[in-house]
Design a protein around this ligand. Structure first.
Ligand code: PLP
Length: 393
C-alpha cells in the first residue's frame, strides 16, 4: 500500500485478549477479565432508561461538558473517592470513556518520545498497549507480595533519565492479583511527591475484595497533589457504558479537560444520564455485594480445582480479590507457544504472560480469569488444563 502511516500507528499492537484463538465455541476460556453478564442490572436499567428519557431526554441526547455530568462527578467525589480516603469535590473529577481512556490521556499529558515510565513488571497489558504509541522507555519495578518495592522504585528514579510517570494497579493487580500494602501505598505517594513524578494509580478492582480488607487509595496519602487516581464503573456496574473517571488536583484536571475536549469532546451524555438515574434509585453497594459473593465463590472454586488437579511444578497465587490468578509452570516453556496447543488439545484458553511484560520477554507464566466462567466450567477447564500439562511435561 502506498499510503504513509504515522510512526505512532506502527507501534500499536492488537490486544492479546482479543485473540482469534478464543473464537472457538467449544473453548472454556479463562482469558478475558470480563464481568459476569448474569449480574448486569438489565431490569433496573430498563426502568432507569425510561424514567431518564422522560425526565431528561433532551439533555441525554445533546452535547454536554467535557468534564462530565455534575451529578455523577459529585457522587464519585462524595461517595466513591471518600471511601477511598480521598477528600475531594466534583471539581477534581473528570469522566472518561473507561479507565482505558484515562490511561491514554495520561500518555498524551506526560509522555514525550524517549521519556521514562516506571511500571510493575508484569503489568496490565492494556496500559502498555495504550502508552506504547507515545514511544516511552518502560522500566519495570520489582514487586513482592506487598506490591511495588519502594526502595527499588527510588533506585530506578535515580538511575533513569526523565521519569515522567509511575503506573500502578494497587488493588488486586492485573495480572498477578497482588494487593499493595497500606505502608507501600504511603511510601509510593511520598516518593511521588518528593521527586515530583505523577503516580497514575489504576483502581478498577478496588471494591472487589473477597477476604482482604478494603484499602485506601494511593491518592489518599498524596500531600503534594501529584497522584492521579483512575476509577471505573466497568467491574462494579457494566463495562458497556464505558463510565470511568480521573481524580486529580484541580490544576492538573483542567489540563485533562482540555485534552479530552480536543480528543473526543466528551463522554456519552446518554450513558452519563442513565448512570445518574440508576444511582438515584439503586444502592450500588448492594449490587457490589452480589458481585463480591459471586466472584468469591468462583475464586474459591478455581483455587480448589488448581489444588486438586495441578501437578506440583505448577505454582499459583491465592488472590484476596479481583479477577485473576497468576500461574507459573516451573518448566522451560514459553506460554505464548503453549496457548495454541492448549486451545487445540485441551480446549482451554488463557492469556500467556508475555504481553504483560513491557519487554515482551519469553515467559513461563500465564493469567487465568475466573470472573465470567461458571463453577462447572472452572472444574472442567482446570481439570482439562492440568491433564494437558501432565501429558505435555
Ligand atoms: C487494570 C485495568 N485497568 C483498566 C482497565 C480498563 O477498564 P475500563 O473498562 O474502565 O476501560 C482494565 C480492564 O480490564 C484493567 O484490568
Amino acid at each position: 500500500m502506498q499510503i504513509k502511516f504515522s510512526r505512532m500507528s506502527s507501534r500499536i499492537k492488537p490486544s492479546a485478549i482479543r485473540n482469534k484463538l478464543f473464537d472457538d465455541p467449544q473453548l472454556i476460556t479463562f482469558a478475558a477479565g470480563r464481568p459476569a453478564e448474569g449480574l448486569f442490572p438489565v431490569e433496573d436499567l430498563i426502568t432507569a432508561s425510561q424514567s431518564m428519557l422522560s425526565a431528561s431526554g433532551i439533555k441525554a441526547l445533546q452535547y454536554s461538558s467535557s468534564e462530565g455530568n455534575d451529578e455523577i462527578r459529585k457522587y464519585i467525589a462524595e461517595v466513591l473517592m471518600k471511601k477511598a480516603g480521598v477528600d475531594v469535590t466534583a471539581k477534581n473529577i473528570m469522566i472518561t470513556s473507561g479507565s482505558q481512556e484515562g490511561i491514554d490521556l495520561c500518555g498524551r499529558m506526560f509522555i514525550d518520545e524517549g521519556s521514562t515510565i516506571i511500571c510493575e513488571n508484569p503489568t496490565y497489558t492494556g496500559a502498555l498497549g495504550s502508552l506504547r504509541p507515545y514511544n516511552p522507555k518502560f522500566v519495570g519495578v520489582e514487586m513482592d507480595e506487598n506490591g511495588i518495592i519502594t526502595e527499588h522504585l527510588e533506585k530506578l528514579i535515580k538511575e533513569n533519565d526523565d521519569v515522567r510517570l509511575i503506573y500502578t494497579v494497587p488493588d488486586f493487580h492485573n495480572p498477578t492479583g497482588v494487593m499493595m500494602s497500606r505502608q507501600r501505598r504511603k511510601e509510593l505517594a511520598e516518593i511521588s511527591g518528593r521527586y515530583n513524578i505523577p503516580v497514575m494509580e489504576d483502581r478498577p478492582y478496588s471494591e472487589l475484595n473477597y477476604d482482604g480488607e478494603y484499602l485506601p487509595s494511593v491518592k489518599s496519602f498524596d500531600k503534594e497533589g501529584v497522584v492521579l487516581s483512575l476509577g471505573s464503573f466497568s467491574k462494579i456496574f457494566c463495562p458497556g457504558l464505558r463510565m470511568a473517571w480521573i481524580c486529580a488536583d484541580e490544576e492538573i484536571l483542567q489540563k485533562f479537560i482540555t485534552i479530552k475536549q480536543n480528543a473526543s469532546m466528551q463522554c456519552s451524555s446518554f450513558d452519563q444520564e442513565l448512570t445518574v438515574e440508576y444511582l438515584k434509585n439503586n444502592n450500588i453497594y448492594e449490587h457490589i455485594e452480589k458481585l463480591r459473593a459471586l466472584y468469591k465463590s468462583r475464586r474459591d472454586k478455581m483455587i480448589e480445582c488448581l489444588d486438586k488437579y495441578m501437578p506440583d511444578y505448577v505454582n499459583y497465587n491465592r488472590p484476596t480479590g479481583g479477577f485473576f490468578i497468576w500461574v507459573t509452570i516451573q518448566k522451560d516453556i514459553d506460554t505464548t507457544e503453549l496457548l495454541a496447543e492448549a486451545v487445540k488439545q485441551a480446549r482451554v484458553g488463557f492469556i500467556p504472560g508475555e504481553p504483560f511484560y513491557a519487554d515482551g520477554r519469553r515467559c513461563n507464566s500465564l493469567r487465568l480469569s475466573f470472573s465470567s466462567v461458571t463453577e462447572e466450567e472452572i472444574e472442567q477447564g482446570i481439570e482439562r488444563l492440568a491433564n494437558f500439562f501432565k501429558e505435555r511435561f
